[in-house]
Design a binder for this molecule. Structure first.
Ligand SMILES: Nc1nc2c(ncn2[C@@H]2O[C@H](COP(=O)(O)OP(=O)(O)O)[C@@H](O)[C@H]2O)c(=O)[nH]1
Ligand SMILES: [Mg+2]
Length: 298
């Protein structure tokens, strides 16, 4: 039998390449929230992949991005950079047939950190026939000595199962770093807030998702066995409040319904969700507000 291996693998890449979708596909559960909008992931999310021979501590990160000037963005970039620096191994995620200057900058960060890197070419489902990927892969292989190259589709669960082994064989020999039954280090409270933020992000247009954060006020068991959850949706300006609530409260109602369905799954029983919308002026540029809302540059 082989020696047990364990270590940290940082999922790194520009926003929107599918890092969070990949984490969820690997763990076969929804741990990290996903939307078509960049910067959906704001926190470091740990997911533990436990197998008899290895334990991979996968770290989903906010995409390393440039050009944004808000304090929230610098906290997110710091979170991604710290995860990169702390990793035993990096999974550099790119989109099939798309390598942009922003990808190039992320690759430079990986090279700067000096960590061994596995190249993950995601969204392979978009490329038919598959041979069209070869020149793209050859071009990337010429840019950096990746220790493995794995094309896959996180969305379609295609070839995802090849990744854990490709990662594990480059991890140090080590006993498990976390109890083998553990899946994440994130609390139900955190995951609850994230589920609500995902439903908001999916429904709100344009810039609005970037100005929103969700704070859980209370989680309590009700006499009828349901879980009562109270949450505040913080926006940055008065005008945004009306949009989040929607005409006759329709937007808030839709968000609440969609969130509740997923919360029922998370808690394994029925939930009762109450949402409030409040304004905190420019919270995404306030160090105190960011800290209070849990953006501590983990
Ligand atoms: N076609 C396709 N879309 C994908 C795939 N993986 C992720 N996506 C989509 O890409 C968008 C961004 O995904 P997300 O996981 O939030 O990206 P992240 O910002 O890197 O975490 C979402 O709309 C996903 O559904 C894939 O394998 N194929
Ligand atoms: Mg993400």
């Amino acid at each position: 039998m082989n020696a047990h291996r364990a270590g940290f693998v940082a999922l790194v890449g520009r926003p929107n390449v599918g890092k969070s979708t990949l984490l969820n596909a690997l763990l076969e559960q929804k741990l990290s929230i996903v939307s078509p909008k960049p910067q959906t992931t704001r926190h470091r999310i740990l997911g533990l992949l436990n197998r008899p021979d290895f334990q991979i501590a996968l770290v989903d990160t906010p995409g390393l991005h440039s050009g944004e000037r808000r304090m929230l963005n610098s906290v997110m970039n710091r979170t991604a950079a710290t995860s990169l620096a702390d990793a035993d191994l990096v999974a550099f995620v790119v989109e099939a047939l798309r390598f942009t200057p922003e990808d190039e900058r992320v690759l430079q960060r990986i090279q700067g950190a000096g960590r061994p890197a596995v190249l993950v070419v995601n969204k392979a489902d978009r490329v038919q026939p598959r041979e069209r990927l070869l020149p793209f892969i050859q071009d990337l292989a010429a840019r950096h000595p990746f220790i493995e190259i794995v094309p896959l589709s996180a969305l379609k669960h295609d070839n995802v199962s090849a990744l854990p082994l490709a990662l594990a064989k480059h991890l140090p020999e080590s006993p498990p770093l976390f109890p083998p039954e553990q899946v994440t280090d994130r609390s139900e409270r955190f995951r609850t807030a994230e589920i609500i933020r995902e439903k908001l992000t999916l429904r709100l247009q344009q810039e609005l998702p970037y100005g929103i954060t969700v704070e859980i006020e209370n989680i309590e068991e009700m006499p009828d066995g349901r879980v009562a959850i109270g949450a505040v949706i913080w926006v940055e300006r008065d005008g945004q409040k009306a949009i989040v609530i929607g005409e006759h409260g329709r937007m808030l109602k839709e968000v609440g319904q969609a969130a509740r369905l997923e919360l029922n799954r998370l808690y394994g029983r029925r939930t009762h969700l109450e949402l409030w919308v409040k304004v905190k002026d420019n919270w995404a540029d306030s160090a105190n507000a960011l800290r209070a809302f849990g953006y501590d540059g983990e």
